[in-house]
Each structure stands twice: as C-alpha cells, then as structure tokens.
Design a binder for this molecule. Sequence first.
Ligand code: FE2
Ligand code: FE2
Length: 188
Amino acid sequence: MNNMQRKAKFTAMEHATRADFDLVFAHEAENAAGLADRVLGWLQSMDGDSPYQVSRLEHCLQVATRAEQDGADEETIVCALLHDIGDVLAPANHSQIAAALLAPYVSEKNHWIVKYHGLFQGYYWFGHYDLDRDARDKHRDHEHYRACVDFCERWDQVSFDPDFVAMPLEHFAPMVRSVFAKTPASRY
Ligand SMILES: [Fe+2]
Ligand SMILES: [Fe+2]
C-alpha cells in the first residue's frame, strides 16, 4: 500500500502521533508533485466564456507571451501566465489568490507584482465608475511600484487582442513545472 492509500489513525488532531504526521506529510509531498499539472489543468479550464474578445486563458497566454518576447526570465513568465488564475474562483480578490499560490516559489518582487496587479489595472478602468484611477499611487514609494506599473501597461492591459498570436499553453508547461518543482519556502 503506498502513501496515497494509507490512512492516519486519528479522528481528532489532538490525538495524532508523529507517525500519523509522517504519513500525512509523505502524502502531501506526493500531492505537491502534481501541483503543476493541476495548475495547468485549471488554466486550460479558463478557455471558456468571457466578456472579452478572447477567453481568460487566451488573455493569460498573451500576457505570458509578451513577457517572454520582452526577455523576461522563466519565473516572471510563469507569473504572467498565472496572474489571473484566481479570476473565476475569487472574483473579489483574484490577485491575492494568484499571489498566494505563487508565493512559496517566486521572488518577493514577482509576488508583489501579482498581488497588486489588480489594483494597478484599476488605472485603466476605475475612472469609468467614479473611482480613483490613481489609487495605485498609495504604493508610489514602494520599490516595486514601477515594475507593477510596467507589468500592467506593457503586458496585462494590452492582452485582450484577438489578433495577437500567443504561444500555446504547451509552450509554457515546462516553465510551470520548473517553477513549481522548486523547494517551497514555508509561509505559514
Ligand atoms: Fe487580473
Ligand atoms: Fe490580466
């Protein structure tokens, strides 16, 4: 019987033993090995209905393709690909979902950009609803402010174009696997 089939003995965590947790963490390690596949599967599921001229998947592919064309490194390209992965699951705070997913595997800078890209994208639409399009400027003195402005301006806000030729998801799959194969930083 492998670790994915064996069960811990406890029914309440207060009664668990070290052996129980050894089994739990062995199971989690095997579970983590499938993370990249689940991420890719979720991205593929975004190839459906959207209010834009492109699907949410196509938008993500366009952002990642633009990042790659601008010479971004692998981790940055993967962050570009995943920046909107929280769109359907967490429409009220989609940026934070993507940032939390990526946090253990990426730099503090890339995490910050993904986390705040939704606020920074507001520059392009808040004004239509009497909201402050410069709300991002509360972070003006942050060291990654300019990078997040650039992410939105150069890659994100322009990637709703049905005529743009993006690379397919399969092109980015090895990069996704590479990033999620890193030893995750513990961020409890
Ligand atoms: Fe977004
Ligand atoms: Fe986006």
